[in-house]
Design a protein around this ligand. Structure first.
Ligand code: UT7
Length: 320
């Protein structure tokens, strides 16, 4: 396959479970309040797989992928690759991406998962962009798909109130039109910070553990630094950015990153109040809303940034 000068985001598709959990619902079984959750996190509700239903990340993700492919005006046969970012995979193997491939009928595609927790979307975007510009593939679907509710300790008020389930996909396509596309990405990891956010795979307690304050502090610093780095690598400044779409973990993290970068409030896309933290699905969920609200037009430059367990951090500058 021939290589391309750029890859661009052609479409987005999302999917969340119908079931909604409100802050008030936690008051029935946890020492917490709607007021605490709202003021400390900005979250008011989240979509959660109904209790007792064994929802798979692939089932959530496949619908988002199908929607993104349709939205791009493509057929499943046009897709060369599926990259799924998830920390709640159906199984260690087959990968969730392979399951999604089987459900969606993208039978020509390669398919694999990546593990970068909440930074997964930016890591997947970086991988897919590299595969397209190097000529390995022309059309790649990236999907963040998470059923986080099954990884939570529902007795731990410091974590379980934060997360929601969901999936978001984009189709990335090769082009030689240099007026649009992924302008730059930067990704980095710091394994020495691994213990601040952990989901164990074995042992007596396989639920998520988080040192919230530390994650908060590193998230603000590292997401701001990576975003500045990505801007510097293109020679553009923050004034050239039309929208900032940060990972949606906590309204206070989002505001602090925007403040550090000097991005005014009206340029920041925020929907954490309605979804909570959906990990690798949060950026595509916010992108779809911005697109539907007519905030994404030809030429719009969007800065994505995210941090997750690992820790893994990444930023990307994309022109539409
Ligand atoms: O995507 C990456 C993954 N995660 C994140 O980005 C999360 C990053 N961290 C955060 O968002 C925040 O640190 C939290 C929302 C988790 C916590 O907010 P905080 O402002 O950092 O609160 P804190 O941990 O300093 O706790 C303050 C108090 C504590 O009580 P004491 O020790 O002062 O008596 C907590 O026990 O708030 C208490 N607390 C709660 N109270 C009511 C913690 N969780 C709750 C709760 N309801 N749900």
């Amino acid at each position: 396959m021939k290589s391309f000068k750029r890859s661009y985001i052609a479409s987005v598709g999302t999917n969340v479970p119908d079931n909604i959990m409100y802050n008030k619902d936690f008051e029935a079984f946890l020492d917490t309040t709607d007021e605490w959750i709202t003021t400390r996190t900005g979250i008011k509700r989240r979509h959660i797989a109904p209790r007792g239903v064994d929802l798979k990340a692939s089932e959530l993700g496949a619908v988002a992928v199908r929607r993104a492919i349709e939205q791009a005006g493509l057929e499943p046969q046009d897709i060369d690759g599926i990259i799924c970012a998830t920390f709640t995979p159906d199984s260690f193997f087959p990968s969730t991406a392979c399951r999604i491939q089987a459900i969606t009928g993208c039978s020509r595609a390669f398919a694999y998962d990546i593990s970068a927790a909440c930074a997964g979307f930016v890591f997947a975007l970086t991988s897919a962009n590299s595969l397209i510009v190097s000529g390995v593939a022309k059309n790649i679907v990236i999907v963040g798909a998470e059923v986080i509710s099954k990884s939570l300790d529902w007795k731990d008020r410091t974590t379980c109130i934060l997360f929601g389930d969901g999936a978001g996909a984009v189709v990335l396509r090769g082009t030689n039109d240099e007026s649009k596309g992924v302008l730059a990405t930067q990704i980095q990891s710091d394994g020495n910070l691994g213990d601040i956010l952990v989901l164990p795979s074995s042992g007596s307690d396989c639920t998520m553990k988080m040192k919230g304050n530390e994650v908060f502090k590193h998230a603000v610093k590292m997401m701001s630094e990576m975003s500045q780095k990505v801007l510097d690598s293109t020679g553009l400044s923050v004034n050239d950015v039309d929208l900032l779409i940060p990972h949606q973990a906590n309204i206070r993290i989002i505001q602090a990153v925007a403040e550090r970068l000097n991005v005014p409030r009206e340029k920041v896309v925020i929907n954490v109040e309605r979804y909570g933290n959906t990990s690798s699905a949060s950026i595509p969920l916010a992108l779809e809303e911005a697109w539907k609200d007519n905030r994404v037009k030809s030429g719009t430059r969007i800065l994505f940034t995210a941090l997750g367990g690992g820790v893994a951090v990444g930023s990307a500058l994309v022109q539409f």
